[in-house]
Structure formats: C-alpha cells, structure tokens
Write a protein that binds this ligand. Sequence first.
Ligand SMILES: Nc1ncnc2c1ncn2[C@@H]1O[C@H](COP(=O)(O)OP(=O)(O)OP(=O)(O)O)[C@@H](O)[C@H]1O
Length: 600
Amino acid sequence: MNTKAKDVINNLLFVMEYIAKWKKSIFFDIGIYSIFLGLSPFIWIYVPKLLIDELTDGKNIKKIAVILVLALVIAGITGYFKEYLQGRFRMKMNAVRYGFIRMLAEKTMKMNYAYTEDPDILKEVRIALNTVNNPAEGFGLVIIKLFSIPGNVIGFLIFSVILIQLNPYIWGVLLVSMFLSYLFIDKANRYRRSCKDELAQEERMSYYGSSKLSDFQYGKDMRLYGLKSMILKKKKEAEGKALQITNAIKNKYLYAGIKEGVLMAVREGIVYTYLIINVLNDNISISNFVLYTFALNGFVTWMQTTIKDFADIWVNALYVSDFREFLKKDEESSIDKGYNPEASQFDIVFENVSFHYPNSKRDILKDFSIHMKAGEKLALVGINGAGKTTLVKLLTRLYEPTGGRILVNGMDIREYDLEQYRKLFSVVFQDTKVFAFTIRENITMEFETQEEEKYKEALLQSGINEKINRLEKKDGTNLFKIMDEEGVELSGGEIQKLSMARALYKDGDIIIMDEPTAALDALAESRIYTEFDNLIKNKTAIYISHRLSSTRFCDNIAFLEDGELKEYGTHEQLMRLNKSYAAMFQIQAEYYKEEGHEEQ
Ligand SMILES: Nc1ncnc2c1ncn2[C@@H]1O[C@H](COP(=O)(O)OP(=O)(O)OP(=O)(O)O)[C@@H](O)[C@H]1O
C-alpha cells in the first residue's frame, strides 16, 4: 500500500477513534441510515416494472392500487427517516467537530511559545484551522462521508447484481467509466490540495486585516494615522490572490466536469443502443426495458455519488494529516521531567545564559549570570532594549536559553513540570492583556472565584476597587462592548491596576513586576511603593522599572546593558561605583529637582 493510502486509512481510523470517544451513537445512526439509503431507490425501480406488467397482462385494478399505495407508504416512511437521521447526524457531526476545534485550541496553548511568532507555524495553524472550522471540508466532510458511504456502497452492490444479470459487459463499461470519472475528480482534488499553503497564506493576511479593522483597540491608531486605506489595500490584495487561487481550482473542477460529460455521452450511447437493439429483437420485454433503464440511471447516479464520496473522503482525510501533523508540534517542555517545585521560598540562578530570538541571529543576552537568594528583591534596570523583559520570558519558560541554564532552587527550570512551574509566578507585564469577560473574571482568571477573601484583598491592594465601586454592576461589569453593550473600557492605568490585582490574587511564590507603575498616576504609584513590602512579603521578586527611585526598596540592583550584566549591588554601592547606574540616577534626580519633585 502506498504511503498516501496508508495516511488516508490512518486518518479515518483517527477520526473514528474520536467519534467513538465523543459520540459513539453516530455508528448506530450510520448503520440505520445506510440501510434506508441503500434500499430506498429500489422501490422506484421495481414499482414501474410491476405496474407495467400489471397494466399490460393482469390488468387488476385492485392489485395496481395496492402496489401504488404500498410504494408511496414505504417511500414516505423511508424519506422521513432519511431526513430525520440526516438532521440528527449533522448535529452530532458538529459536536465531534467542536471537539477537534477544542483539541486544536488546547494544542495551540501548549505549543512552544516561540512558535507564535514563526510565520511558517502560523500558516500551519491556519491550515489546521481550515481543517476543523468549515463543516463542508476536512473533518466535517470526512464525518459526513463516513455517514453516507456505507449506504452508497450497499446501493452500488445491489445495482451491480441487477446489471450483471442484464449483461456483465454493460456493467463492465459502466465500471470503466466510473474509474475514469474518479481519475478526473481526483486530479482536480489533488490540484486543490497543492494550493492549500498558498491559499492559507493569503487567507491569513485577509483575516489579519479584517480582525484589525474590526478591533476597536486598534481604532485610535488607524483613524489618527489614516491606516484604514493601507490595511484595506493589503487585505484586498491578499483577497485578490486568494480569489485567483480559488478560481484556478474552480476551473480544474470545470474541466473535470467537461470530461465527465463527454464520458457520459459515450457511456449512455453504448448502453441505450444495446438495450434498444435487444427490445427490437424481442430479447427484452418492455417492462424489463423500463426496469433496466431505471436501474441504469440509478446505477450511474449511485456510481457518481459514490465516486465523489470516495474522492472527497480521500482528499479530506489527507487534510486531517495537516491537523495531526500540527498536533505533533513540539510542546513547551523540552526536557520536562515532571518535577514539582515544592518549597515556600525560591532562589534563582542565571548561569551563563545566552539567548537570541528564533529567526534572529542577534544575541539579546550574552553570558548573563546572576544569583538571587530566596526572598531577595532585585531591581532590574537598563536602557530600552537592554534585555530585561527577555530575562523574564526566559525565567517564565516562554522561551528557552540558547546557551547556559536557569536554576530555581538548584534545579534546571526545564526539568520542572511546566504547569506546576508556571504556578510559581505572579507576573505584572508591561503590556497586560484583558479579555472581554467580567472584571472579576479578568482578575481571578477563574470561572468561579475560589478564594473570596484573597480576591477582596487584591482589589484593595491594587487600588482597582476604587474603579469597581464607581461601576453600576461593580466587578460583574464586562470589559469592552464586544460581548456586552454595557461593557466598559478601562484606562491604561486601570488596566495596570487590574493586572496588579490579578498577580496578587494568583499569589505566586515569585513576583515579577515589569514596569508596573508606568501608567499609574503619582498617587497610585506612591501607594505601590509604600505598600511594596506588604505586597511582596518575603517572596523572591524582580522589579523592572525605569523610575530609578523605585530601586531603593529593592535589596539589589542589576544594571543591564546590551544583554550583559554591567553593574550589580545595592543602590549605595552602585552610586559609589559612579558608573552608568549612578549617571542615570543623577539625570533623573536632576530632572525631578528641576520639576520641583524632590526624589530623595
Ligand atoms: N519576539 C522577538 N523577536 C525578536 N527580537 C525581539 C523579540 N522581542 C524582543 N526582541 C528584541 O530584544 C531586545 C530586548 O528586548 P526586551 O523587551 O527584553 O528589552 P527591555 O530591556 O525589556 O526593553 P524596555 O525597557 O524597552 O522594555 C530588543 O532589541 C527587542 O527588539
């Protein structure tokens, strides 16, 4: 068996495995539906023959009426059940498809974070999404075809028996034409599949454009910088290319259709000539002529449907490969040994750590070493782009060092169970993201708040309670108007307070604050400074800030320059050293004196 056929079979087994897991009853529905589908057309093949026989020979009106009524009742019942089963099946098919969508979403979340900025991987995400998102493609189509193929095969076999009785050669002609039809459709299907990467690329650009145009968070920049026309142009260009690709695909199917039409003319010509000659020579009765013509038509329709079903299931089962390939992508923990970081305090060691981002050769960190004792509060300072946030990303295992290692309580952080390890951290990011959920949900990140007291304390300590108290629905207010027209938008400072509340509620054992007060007003900032010890308690903490006055309440200061640790010590030691840190501090102090804010 060639590898493609093996892939198709493995993929079908994969889909069936999950159907069995999530919606076993589908198999029962398939069985019943197949019987109805396979047998129902025979009513309309045999009924005309029986009627003609009765009309020409028996002429028994009662018998004719019984045949007709029985046929109509059976046709009505089978028709109803077919519709009913189809409707039921579609619902179940969607339930299974949603399962695969969830599987994809979970995988994307577990995927190595570095992949999220790799354009090739993003294209693969798009392709995998296409495989699950559209019910008429990929998984959806495979499941639908699994539903109809058995019935079609039953019908095909019964038609074959009738036709072989007529003439095996005629049946042979039909089979050959069926094989040729399959080749025509398969060629078009293969062409469509060969376009998937290119199409996904253009669709991604088009989707990016639509999502940004309709995302009100981008609205300000777009309006003020007149970005709308540029984005629309890029989107239109991508859509134009996508249309070109889909048009070329459509033409391939059109061409397959023309070839199929010619084939049909030849096939029908041969078969009808044969039948007519036999009727004229009295080898076939008129009622059998009718039976055979109906059987022929039925067989051809059946054949076409079955061929299309097989060709569709073949190509769409291959799309399932894209999805499965994506599931195999590296997850975040390369040497995860599943250790649980159990302790009440944690020390952190960066040991000769070097790092460059994927797709970039520039070393952001160079041989960086530092030792933070358990409970130590470290201020990380340096100019823009020095590598401070990158250090945090490495410590929280969003990226892995390209050289050296990071130890927490003496163990290489990659050996910890990732989920348990991440529970250690309460991080306030510079660019915290909030979701279109309630304020409470945005803080607790839980469906139902687990610790009410801790939650209330976090609201108070972060200062976000003042905003909440002014809202009619308090912390039940939704953010943004995307889901709720009464939703609110928070200011930059309020988002920062929310982010602080989120970190405090999480109550991680290691606290990281990356510019936590950059958007806060002077009062809110000073409250964070005075409350700092109370907020951090005896936990290990990293505080990144350009406001050097904030470094005063940290035990040590690490001054980074160009990815290297240039100065390290207490504020007094670095001031005595009188180098870059001291110079920076003096400049800020001067400014504050001039502005009339006495810093020291
Ligand atoms: N995903 C990325 N891919 C490539 N380069 C990146 C990426 N993220 C950051 N960088 C680069 O890494 C360097 C260090 O960035 P980082 O955010 O760590 O600096 P920082 O010291 O926190 O700066 P700031 O004070 O402005 O916040 C920057 O030059 C930045 O351009």
